[in-house]
Design a protein around this ligand. Sequence first.
Ligand code: S3P
Length: 441
Amino acid sequence: MKPLKSEAINYLQGTVQVPGDKSISHRALMIGGLSIGETLIEGLLEGEDVLKTLEALRSLGVVIEKKAAGNWLVRGRGVCGLAEPEQVLDMGNSGTAARLLIGVLAAHPFSVTLSGDKSLNSRPMGRIINPLREMGAIFQARSGGRLPLNMTGLADPLPIEYELPVASAQVKSAILLAGLGAAGKTRVIEPKPTRDHTELMLRHFGAEVEVENLSGGARAITIQGQPELSARDIVVPGDISSAAFPMAAALLIPGSKVTIKGVGINPLRAGLIETFKNMGGAITLENFSNEAGEPVADLLVEGSILHGVTVAPDHAPSMIDEYPILAVCAACAEGTTRLEGLSELRVKESDRLNGMARGLEACGVNIEEGEDFLIIHGDGSVPQGGVKIKTALDHRIAMAFLILGAITKKPVVIDDAVPIETSFPGFVQLMNGLGSRIEEM
Ligand code: S3P
């Protein structure tokens, strides 16, 4: 356990670059490992979660070499070319590593056991086990469909058509990655569009992926199985989910001016930018570019007077990981904020609805927690703070409350900063470099 204290500051100023996108980093390693040739990845997130994917792929026979900080070379083994591992695959804290890799392994004819930390071992895996069983993979999981689990995939999984019961990019991706091995077309229907990094990267590596818009905002994604994927270089954009923390701090603290360079702004992922703008946040985008289909820009953020908003359920998939920091901003805004359609937050690295509600309440914020919503009554004044927050192995809860501590009347302490390493190595140094006062206790 590593407690940290965050104290009130005057303003934030400077230009920073946040680490590489976590979702894209996992996918670059996995799809690079399934392609023919050498994939050079620049800007890979070297956080614990991604390193778990990297180590698991090495156990599955993929040669991966570090060339320089953030630069890694992956020698692919081709679609369905992974080898049976000798050991249990440890996925740490990472739901994305576990769920996407289980999809990949459903198209490999050997047995594997996967496990994780206490948080990951409590998260639902039934959502991927069910469709992958339809494709022919065999699973033995702990009660409630949880890790550790043992699975046996097959060389020629059945191509299926599957309608997702929840809007989840991880489930969609697991099925598409398993569909790489199927003789024929695998079709996934999602009720609401979710982040499409898998689709974009598979196309970049030469797979045939079609996307159809259906009625009511649903989408169907079809992949033609058994393609030959050709190695391609990847430049990973900065992670919008990490950028969200300095962005929020800059918005909240009057007189701040922060530039965050080279951030991925994929519209299915960067919903927080629109939400912050709707709250009155001064955010300007410039220097637009594109990396393998992923739009990228610099974000200029200035201290702003924020007001409450309603964020409807349809908006949730495009900013699902940003609700903890959004709740912090809502707590400091003027007026009521309603965050709706958030049942998925109960099964993230921790129960984030409960964690944010209890933590903000302890800081003196007037907040209501429903089954799948939060209502936060801000009065524009600075919350009290002066509490110690339990982070429950959840990096985003940890970072959200450290940002809150930069504005509260009394410091905010988090009980454990270790989980921050899963997604944002260097978070404390980056924030302190901009003017934060986050210190070890
Ligand atoms: C992710 C999808 C989301 C998100 C997670 C990363 C991905 O999860 O919360 O942090 O990389 O596909 P769900 O698919 O469970 O919504």
